[in-house]
Design a protein. Structure first.
Length: 260
C-alpha cells in the first residue's frame, strides 16, 4: 500500500484552498516540497488544476484534518483502504518502445538458441512479447526468419543483465528439481554478451532455393528398382564403335546372305 494520495498535486490544491494546514504538513502528506506548496498558495504553481477532495474520495477523514489543524507538528495519515493492499506489487506486461519493437525477434532468437532452458513465459516477460511469436521463431515459421540475426537482448536494451541472469537461474533450478540437469553440451552453448556480439552470423540459404537442403547428386541408384535389372541381365560392353553398331540380329542376316 502506498503512503501517498491519488492525484497529489490536485489534492494539495484542495488542502491549500479548504484547510488551515501549514505548507510543511501538506507537503509531507502529498510528497511535495514545502516551497512547491507555497507556490500553489501564491498561484505560481498548478495554475488551472482543479482541487481533488481527499475526504470525498476516501483518502482522508475530517477528523484527521482537524487533528492536523490543531497541532502544526502533526503529520497527516492516509486512510487505510483494503482494496489497495498489494496493488503496488502488480506488474503489467513490459512496455517496449516503438523504436525497439523491431529488435524483439532478434532477441527472442538469441534466447531460444543460447538459453533453451528458458520457458516461453520467461522469454515473454524478459522481452515483452507474446507466446505465439516465440513459438513461430522456435519452429522457424516466422515470416522474416531468414533475415533475423540473434542478438543479446541486454545489448539491445530490452532487459537488464540481472533480470536475464535471474531468469536463467530459476530455469536451471526448476530443471534440477525435475531431475533434468544441463548437459556439458548445453553448458558450452552459454555465452556472455560480449562473446555473442562478436560472433559471426551463420550463413543463410537464399530464399529462392530454400527447401533444397536435402537434394543431392551423389545418389546413382536406378529408381526403377533391382527387379527390372534382373530381367534384362547385365548391360553389354559398348566401349568401342564396332560393338556399339553390332546389333544382336546382324549375325543371322549375314549367314542367310552367305547361303544365297
Amino acid at each position: 500500500m502506498t503512503d501517498k494520495p491519488l492525484m497529489t498535486r490536485a489534492t494539495a490544491v484542495w488542502l491549500v484552498d479548504n484547510t488551515t494546514l501549514n505548507f510543511k504538513q501538506i507537503g509531507e502528506f502529498c510528497g511535495m516540497h514545502e516551497l512547491e506548496v507555497q507556490g500553489i498558495a501564491d498561484g505560481e504553481v498548478a495554475q488551472g488544476v482543479k482541487g481533488f477532495d481527499p475526504i470525498a474520495n476516501n483518502q482522508l477523514t475530517a477528523e484527521e484534518i482537524r487533528k492536523a489543524e490543531a497541532d502544526p507538528s502533526y503529520r497527516l495519515k492516509l486512510k487505510f483502504n483494503k482494496a489497495s493492499v498489494g496493488e503496488e506489487k502488480r506488474r503489467g506486461p513490459r512496455y517496449t518502445p516503438l523504436s525497439k519493437r523491431q529488435d524483439r525477434p532478434a532477441a527472442i532468437l538469441w534466447l531460444v538458441r543460447f538459453h533453451p532452458e528458458l520457458s516461453d513465459s520467461q522469454i515473454a516477460k524478459l522481452v515483452g512479447t507474446t507466446k505465439p511469436t516465440i513459438q513461430t521463431i522456435r519452429e522457424r515459421t516466422h515470416w522474416n526468419i531468414s533475415n533475423i540475426d540473434p542478438i543479446d537482448p541486454v545489448a539491445l536494451g530490452l532487459c537488464r543483465q540481472g533480470e536475464l541472469d535471474s531468469a536463467v537461474q530459476k530455469a536451471n533450478e526448476k530443471k534440477l528439481r525435475e531431475g533434468g540437469a544441463m548437459t556439458d553440451d548445453e553448458r558450452r552453448k552459454l555465452v556472455s554478451t560480449q562473446v555473442s556480439l562478436s560472433m559471426t552470423p551463420e550463413p543463410r540459404m537464399p530464399s529462392a532455393i530454400s527447401g533444397l537442403e536435402t537434394f543431392s547428386l551423389a545418389d546413382t541408384t536406378d529408381p526403377r528398382g533391382e527387379e527390372e535389372d534382373e530381367d534384362h541381365g547385365p548391360l553389354p560392353d559398348i566401349r568401342d564403335a564396332d560393338s556399339f553398331f553390332n546389333l544382336p540380329g546382324d549375325d543371322e542376316e549375314e549367314d542367310e546372305e552367305s547361303r544365297r
